[in-house]
Design a protein around this ligand. Structure first.
Ligand code: ATP
Ligand code: MG
Ligand code: MG
Ligand code: MG
Length: 568
């Protein structure tokens, strides 16, 4: 479906461009989307989409929608405000911890703002589908999601309120699920190609254990928060969160001697506190204590802090190893085991390890022995701590596990994630349909997400230049940006060109602002990033305009007629 033609006069467009970067902005997309008047910050991680920004967002949504429809997806819209009970049934009311926005209604009942919707989709299908004949089904929505991210940053790249396309597949057989997954993988490939994003499909679970049960679509960009290993010679690519390995310090040597606390007597709270350099009364975060090689206590923040007082009773006269996050950062020689703020998750490692890990190296953790994807997990609760005590630093040039070629390591933005869930939610909600054999058959599910608002920022990251944004045409807020560079004659011609381009089916932005100098208009045109700029300037009286390609800067002078023919 083509874009609807439109002529938008800038004199009537609500837009205020800025010369300076917002003070708190670190990434190009954040700076440019704000400066170009596409988005404005409302509060931390929460954004207002202004007219041009909304157009871009809609363009991304349209592409997503068309490709989801093409694989037979049916669009629905579930509520964003959700009751607690289904999330209790799946245990995610607990598991999500601080990430969840929780609220109460006037009667005191608990609600949440949906961070993702597996539970509610499962219930919807339980209500609507009763027989194997009703399946397979693919449902999707494009909706506002809420996550109280610990570090909302980079503008709309990581919001606390953001737009996601989430879809869910329902099948009766494993083969059916594999098929639904494959359909999504193809749809995602088409979507990201149409969006003009450079992307890589990477394994999001350990290659050794997980096969293709979960893959991420990553857009390489320095601003990205994900790190992935990529083989230049074969298909192997994996998020570093998905590689299971052993710890070595950044200098490449085997890990140094583990510092041991030899205690002739039973260690006391005081001796522990002294060793750790904290007040004896402190509640320690990120604490791991081993006695004779056995873990006796693991502490992570939030509900799992370790109280030193309670620890005392576990400690027999023995060799005690203590590792805290703080120690870990300053004392590579202490590395043995470590628990980060999210349990033993890749992000925690990266975040806390950054000060001592050379740029370009990656910290990796991965799936546990059963191949379960281990992210945002809590050691000791979700898996045996011992499984994870060894972690390794993968460095550029390390051999690819599939072909041995030296690996590259890059930063990227996670723009999509596809996942074979299996029967986890169907079990939690007893989602069965009547099977072919007349008996109930448990349904198997997949879930698939695309960060629609994040994709806008990812595109800005990948396509901008030093002058501003630089959209691919399919996503741009207009096809052509016509600049009236002069007085009445130029404005008249600019509007005339705009009308003709509009009549030819194009989306046109005409900068007809009075009292704005040509210089400012040129700067704004480059900042806004519409792919073609047409200037009615010096030769307006002859009916000649300049047609300029925003990306390459190539320009040529054409008559209006030629310009319209060229561009439509
Ligand atoms: P991340 O690792 O960046 O936190 P995620 O793995 O938690 O993302 P998913 O649960 O897989 O995210 O959600 C599906 C998609 O939604 C992601 O691939 C991403 O594109 C998008 N997304 C997730 N969190 C955010 C956010 N805070 N802001 C914008 N988009 C997001
Ligand atoms: Mg996340
Ligand atoms: Mg992720
Ligand atoms: Mg993900």
């Amino acid at each position: 479906m083509a874009h609807a033609a439109q002529v938008q006069r800038m004199s009537r467009l609500m837009i205020k461009t800025l010369r300076d970067d917002p003070a708190d902005a670190e990434t190009a997309s954040h700076k440019l989307l704000v400066r170009a008047g596409y988005v404005r910050r409302s509060s931390a991680g929460i954004w207002t989409w202004l007219p041009l920004g909304k157009k871009v967002l809609e363009n991304v949504s349209r592409v997503v929608r068309e490709e989801m429809d093409a694989i037979g997806g049916q669009e629905v819209l579930l509520p964003a405000l959700l009751p607690k009970e289904p999330y209790e049934a799946s245990n995610r009311w607990e598991e999500y911890g601080d990430l969840l926005f929780r609220l109460k209604d006037r009667k005191g009942a608990d609600y949440l703002l949906g961070p993702t919707h597996e539970e509610i989709f499962t219930l919807t299908v339980k209500d609507q589908c009763t027989s194997y004949k009703d399946l397979p089904v693919i449902l999707y929505q494009i909706q506002t999601k809420y996550r109280d991210e610990a570090r909302p940053r980079s503008g709309v790249l990581r919001g606390r309120e953001f737009q996601m396309k989430d879809s869910y597949s329902f099948d009766t057989t494993d083969e059916g699920l594999a098929q639904s997954y494959a359909l999504h993988r193809e749809a995602y490939t088409r979507i990201f190609e149409r969006l003009g994003l450079d992307y890589r499909i990477v394994s999001a679970v350990s290659g050794a254990m997980g096969g293709s049960a979960s893959e991420e679509f990553l857009a390489p960009a320095a601003a990205g928060e994900d790190t992935f290993v990529d083989c230049p010679a074969c298909d192997y690519a994996a998020n570093t969160e998905a590689v299971t390995v052993k710890v070595e310090p950044a200098d490449g040597s085997a890990h140094g001697p583990v510092e041991e606390l030899d205690t002739p007597d039973t260690p006391t709270i005081e001796s522990l506190a002294e060793y750790l350099g904290v007040p004896a009364a402190a509640t320690l975060k990120n604490l791991l204590i081993k006695v004779d090689g056995e873990i006796v206590a693991v502490g992570v923040p939030g509900n799992r802090e370790v109280d030193l007082g309670k620890l005392g009773e576990h400690l027999a006269p023995a060799t005690v190893e203590l590792v805290t996050a703080e120690d870990f950062v300053d004392r590579p020689d202490l590395v043995r085991g470590y628990v980060g703020p999210q349990g033993l998750a890749g992000k925690a490692f990266r975040y806390l390890a950054d000060p001592r890990v050379a740029p370009g190296t990656a910290w990796v953790t991965g799936a546990n022995k059963e191949g379960k994807h281990a992210r945002n997990v809590v050691a000791g609760r979700d898996f045996e701590v011992d499984e994870y005590l060894d972690v390794v630093v993968v460095e550029p040039g390390d051999p690819c596990p599939e072909c041995g070629t030296g690996l590259k390591i890059d930063r990227a933005i996670e723009i999509g994630h596809i996942f074979q869930l299996g029967r986890k939610y169907a079990d939690a909600f007893e989602l069965d349909v009547l099977g072919q054999n007349g008996k109930p058959a448990r349904v198997t599910m997949g879930s698939y997400g695309i960060g629609v608002s994040r994709a806008v920022a990812a595109l800005a990251e990948q396509t901008h230049d030093d002058k501003g944004l630089c959209w691919p045409r399919e996503i741009a807020p207009a096809d052509v940006h016509v600049v009236a560079a002069g007085k009445a004659k130029q404005t008249e011609l600019a509007l005339e060109v705009g009308e003709q381009l509009g009549a030819a089916g194009l989306r046109v932005l005409v900068d007809d602002r009075a009292g704005v100098s040509p210089g400012v208009k040129f700067t704004d045109a480059e900042l806004l990033g519409v792919p073609t700029i047409v200037v009615a300037g010096r030769r307006a009286a002859e009916g000649v305009v300049e047609v300029k390609d925003r990306r390459t800067g190539e320009r040529e002078e054409l008559t209006v007629e030629e310009a319209v023919a060229r561009l439509s």
